[in-house]
Write a protein that binds this ligand. Structure first.
Ligand code: GDP
Length: 297
């Protein structure tokens, strides 16, 4: 099943339960809201987020003056839609990268989530919008990660700066930014070392990188398949190193959608991009409105 299928059908069921006659009341929204609540929990959205969401839908639905000719089921769906958009960060379009000359983009994340792939994807994405890039490999703990970035760079024709594994990662990153300035690129994308789990070394290294580079963006890459855990990770990183946003990868996988729905509310930080496949082209800006209309089917 594709992501959101089950959530979509539950919301449609809720809509049918409301029907087309009368007005929205606390009473006739009770079962439909239960249905939506159940579906959100099943999608792996965290309980406090679900509770707040349901409460807001109820309040808004009861508190909004209904225009003539609008049936209660339509009014209900409109309210759910608005609140979904709000939950994911609002209807103002995708959250862009922060400006900078050059833009300095620090990529963080646990091992295996798709961080190195996302660094390459982002470089290609920027290249397509006529911005030149330099990729910087700083994962000195895993030579394979450096090789991987060098190969990705070659595949998309973006230069990769590396200094092997014997130099301090922060030093490599600093030299990388210098090289980026020398080359006159628009963006320097720094792939940092991942770890198997959150630990003090990783956070310490990220903090040092941030202090040394003053990046325009610090993006945490998380795996959509991990649901609300992804949102908790964004919060944990943000609490410790202050990130600017998240990249949600593997949105093409058979995940339930809880991550996309939870990240903003749990962490206060936006999802800026989503990864939708293994290919370098498979990166899209995250639009809350588009995601909400996908959910509503
Ligand atoms: P890292 O350890 O976080 O740097 O992870 P990698 O970038 O090496 O990616 C780990 C695996 O996930 C690789 O097999 C990638 O091809 C795969 N991957 C990354 N992003 C996506 C995505 O958006 N969709 C899918 N299906 N696979 C992805």
């Amino acid at each position: 099943a594709a992501m959101f299928d089950s959530l979509s059908s539950s919301i449609q069921k809720a809509q049918r339960l409301i029907g087309k006659s009368g007005t929205l009341t606390k009473e006739n929204m009770k079962d439909p809201l239960k249905e939506v609540r159940r579906a959100l929990l099943e999608a792996d959205v965290s309980l406090p987020v679900v509770r707040r969401f349901i409460k807001k839908v109820e309040e808004r639905a009861l508190g909004t003056k209904v225009l003539d000719g609008v049936t209660p089921d339509t009014q209900f769906i409109k309210t759910v839609s608005n609140e979904l958009i709000d939950l994911m960060g609002g209807g103002v379009g995708a959250k862009d990268l922060e400006p900078g000359f050059p833009q300095i983009i620090l990529m963080a994340g646990l091992q295996g989530v798709g961080k190195t792939t996302a660094a390459g994807k982002l470089a290609l994405y920027l290249k397509k919008s006529k911005k030149s890039c330099l990729l910087v490999a700083t994962d000195v703990y895993r030579p394979a990660a450096i090789d991987q970035l060098v190969k990705l760079g070659a595949a998309i024709d973006v230069p990769v700066f590396e200094m092997g594994t014997q130099v301090d990662p922060v030093e490599i990153a600093k030299k990388g930014v210098e090289e980026g300035r020398r080359l006159g690129v628009d963006a320097v994308i720094i792939d940092t070392a991942g770890r198997l789990q959150v630990d003090e070394d990783m956070m310490g290294e990220l903090r040092s990188m941030k202090a040394a580079l003053r990046p325009s963006d610090t993006l945490l890459v998380v795996d959509a398949m991990t649901g609300q855990e992804a949102a908790n990770l964004v919060k944990a990183f943000n609490d410790q190193v202050d990130i600017s946003g998240a990249i949600l990868t593997k949105m093409d996988g058979d995940s339930r959608g809880g991550a996309a729905l939870s990240v903003r509310e749990v962490s206060g930080k936006p999802i800026k991009f989503v990864g939708v496949g293994e290919k370098m082209e498979a990166l899209e800006p995250f639009y809350p409105e588009r995601m909400a209309s996908r959910i509503l089917g």
